[in-house]
Design a binder for this molecule. Sequence first.
Ligand SMILES: Cc1cc2nc3c(=O)[nH]c(=O)nc-3n(C[C@H](O)[C@H](O)[C@H](O)COP(=O)(O)OP(=O)(O)OC[C@H]3O[C@@H](n4cnc5c(N)ncnc54)[C@H](O)[C@@H]3O)c2cc1C
Ligand SMILES: *[C@@H]1O[C@H](CO)[C@@H](O)[C@H](O)[C@H]1NC(C)=O
Ligand SMILES: *[C@@H]1O[C@H](CO)[C@@H](O)[C@H](O)[C@H]1NC(C)=O
Length: 618
Amino acid sequence: MGVPHFKLMQLLALLSLFSISSASGEKGYNSKLIGSEAVTEKDDAQTLYASAGFLKCKSDKLVEPVSTQEISELLQKLNADGRPFKVRATRRGRHTPNRFACAGKGGSAKSPTGENFEVTNVDDTTYSVTILLHLMNRVVAVDHGRHRLTVEAGMTMQNLADAAVSNGMSVPVGVLPVYGNLTVGGVISTSAHGTGAGVDSTLGDIVVGLKWVNGKGDVITSEVDDEKGVQEVRALVGGLGALGIITEVTFQLLPAGALTQIETWEREDSNFAADVKHQLQTSTPHILYFWRPDLGAYKAFHFKPLKTGDVPIHPYHPNGRNAIFMASPKEAAMAVNAHMRDYTLDFDDSGPKSDVLNAQGCALSAAFMNIPAFHDGDIILQNATIPSSYAMIAEECAPYCSWDLSYFGATGEDNEFTIKLSDIDDFVKDVKSVIKAEEEERQKVLDRRYGDGKVKLCLNPGMFWFRFGKGSKSLLATTAGHGEPVLYVTSAFFASGYATHLPPKIDHINEVLEQLALCKYKARPHYGKNFDRAFTHPSCHLRDTFPEENIVKLLNLRDEHDPRKVFESELLKRMLERHGPVYGDKCSLHHQCYCREDSHCADGYKCLPSVSYPEYKD
Ligand SMILES: Cc1cc2nc3c(=O)[nH]c(=O)nc-3n(C[C@H](O)[C@H](O)[C@H](O)COP(=O)(O)OP(=O)(O)OC[C@H]3O[C@@H](n4cnc5c(N)ncnc54)[C@H](O)[C@@H]3O)c2cc1C
Ligand SMILES: *[C@@H]1O[C@H](CO)[C@@H](O)[C@H](O)[C@H]1NC(C)=O
Ligand SMILES: *[C@@H]1O[C@H](CO)[C@@H](O)[C@H](O)[C@H]1NC(C)=O
């Protein structure tokens, strides 16, 4: 675990270096640039930076408890002290890029130090405490008879899969998110997911019990077998920690030895939506798609769990693992860093090397699409049979992950929306036409400059991810209230950490697609992926996408368990009370708002109606 597979790594390095070997821009073109605050600064006694986002949270105190009891005593003491306080649980290297996780001040870390704005969640008299849960990562109980495992909430996905296997159980395929370093508490609280249309597809789906500490410091055990317990579990799964801090979780797992056949399918995308529906029906509900509309292609990873007695048709690799997030060698990181910076700086395609940069961008995009998704040591697996427990989560890449700003100089910016699967045809059409319309002007600039069709423009390196889920009874989960399967669409594209005074070139497209998703498709953004702007749209209020009775139930439970609202982050309050965003200088550049006036944009940019959907500005 965590040990890089050198041969495979070298192959990937070659792949990326070959594609972008001429990545150096003009000498001196941007040598004065300094990295954003998120690149240059490190966590200190009061500040936490998100590892995959330009976000920092400041609080008066960071604590690192080792037990439920300790958290309970902390809450009791804070209550007894009498002064106002706020508490949020999270972890170092936390992956949320929004302020749900911030107990005290939250703000952007996008620009170099001193140029970022902060949002004060609390007034100066309020004491803010951030609880870091990494020491709470133990196995608490093992129920061999019922294949149940109880673990502490700070445990990572990778450690959970390992603990399941070493205790003679398997994790069902589809329920784990891909990144092995996410935590049980974070994943459950944000309703983070794997993939499975209409079937179990999030860790929350296999929760049978929770231990948690409420705002008064009471320790509560909730089990899905009784009526009170099931109500509490539904409030906590996908509940953004609004009732309390989850400290232990019991999962319903499978017997040892569960296997999954994995298959890699590559296709052109002219019938993408129809293909998706067909494949879900005829192959497996557990599919992950990588889609590049501009390259006209998609790649599908099919996960087919084997039932006892099924004979696998693909070779068995007991050490087969998911490899989507490969650790990257330094040379590749530096090349991507330089490319992303120069490509972003060439914002209007008028620089000395726009042709080279666009060609590199297309090559790099293709290289990312070609990264193998599964491996067994040095062997790349396309079609194979591997243990279910490791089919979905990718092995640890830290500290060489492709989204780690301080290593890559760039990061993946994710924006995810949950919509109804039955909307897939319209949505795919919208994505294609928005991209076409929004990029037309840029393509014309390149055509005029270099000759018609000479330089092809590509989206930033990255891809759209399509995954699937089922409706749920959890009150605030992104799947809440849906009676049919859902589609999770993630726009996951790279952004430079060294040209942050400019928006990523994909951002105007994202802004239109996000507003379209929120307003036309009544979509729900991912609590652990999206930026503040998606939760605070000025007119398409997220709260209104939930059944009102869910909100009423949640608020009633909160009155009981957190009457002083000590767990309520400022962003949650905005979302529940239908407030718009925090408008301010360059709020759009910092992903806090969708612009309303020019001052919300980066210097030199105007807030204009978008080409494709004029009602949405970008
Ligand atoms: C590389 C990468 C890959 C990812 N892949 C996926 C994926 O495949 N599928 C997917 O759905 N998501 C994915 N995510 C997003 C991820 O699920 C979220 O970022 C999520 O926030 C989990 O991250 P975390 O464990 O670091 O929790 P944090 O970011 O620390 O916490 C998330 C939220 O939950 C709250 N919280 C945390 N712990 C507790 C607790 N014990 N009790 C109460 N509240 C708590 C926090 O305050 C915060 O608001 C990915 C993220 C990255 C960086
Ligand atoms: C997970 O992330 C944390 C924080 O970035 C890091 O300290 C830790 O080493 C990672 N875990 C593993 C297993 O690499
Ligand atoms: C994997 O299996 C699928 C389905 O059987 C097939 O379509 C595909 O071509 C196979 N891929 C490889 C690389 O063998």
